[in-house]
Write a protein that binds this ligand. Sequence first.
Ligand code: SAM
Length: 294
Amino acid sequence: MKIDIVSVFPEYFEVLNLSLLGKAQSKGLVEVTAHNLRDWTHDVHHSVDDTPVGGGAGMVMKPEVWSECLDELLQLEPAVIENTENIEDSADSFDTGDSCDTADSDTAPSSAGPVLIFPNPSAPLFTQQDATELSHADHLLFGCGRYEGYDARIPQYYRAQGIDVREYSIGDYVLNGGEVAVSVMLEAITRLLPGFMGNAASIVEESYTGDNALLEHRQYTKPAEWRGIKVPDVLLSGNHAKVDRFRRDEALEKTNELRPDLIEALDCAKLDKADRKTLMALGWEVSAAHPRKR
Ligand code: SAM
């Protein structure tokens, strides 16, 4: 997978040479290049921002610098879009994740070719489903916003050029820039690449993963008793069926308590008899397509 990152602080991404992502680069699984947006400026101050049209505080990232950079990295010729007066409603242009509803949604991004991703706190939330989908792309290009953000015409223009453009928030808070958000997304995506993890099984049963995603059960290691706290007896029983059931029930209970929205999204047809019993004991009605709180 080829990954380009554009930022005014490319040094920030030196951290990607560490740990598993560093190993994945050495193994040739991923090739990460961080570019300095200022390399595409022409003025003496290397400025990438300007005051907001319409007034207001702060500065906005200029479209001309971004377009020179993105055209080069995406190997596109500059173009002029007709009907420039109508700025597309940004709410309509966000990838709302609807494309993920299809059965093969986790097997490929919505279009072949590069995927251009802008972190943005006012965009739809980046999820494990997005990470899974993007882990099948050949080329990801991330653009890190700074200041008040980037000119809204940048994603609009590249969508109009046929590029798969995504804007994602990593959570309901505002960071100073997109660098942290890109690191988060990059780690979530690349750890799903075949060969990335030493043990491939460790990414199969995780929180938010799979068809009927739940939060994962609690994890314990040795010793069996530590500072007076014992691990649950069943985990020491050696009875794999009982261990699996205990963990599954714990996952259902934890998800019920912390993320009932994930329970509501479960497909009842894919729940086994014991799952249904546990959910009913937790106050869910499981006879319809999805669980409903009684
Ligand atoms: N004025 C913007 C707003 O209120 O929505 C905030 C801009 S923020 C200070 C600058 C940049 O940081 C954004 O363009 C984006 O790239 C990045 N950023 C900040 N918070 C983020 C979040 N929660 N998720 C993704 N990116 C974020």
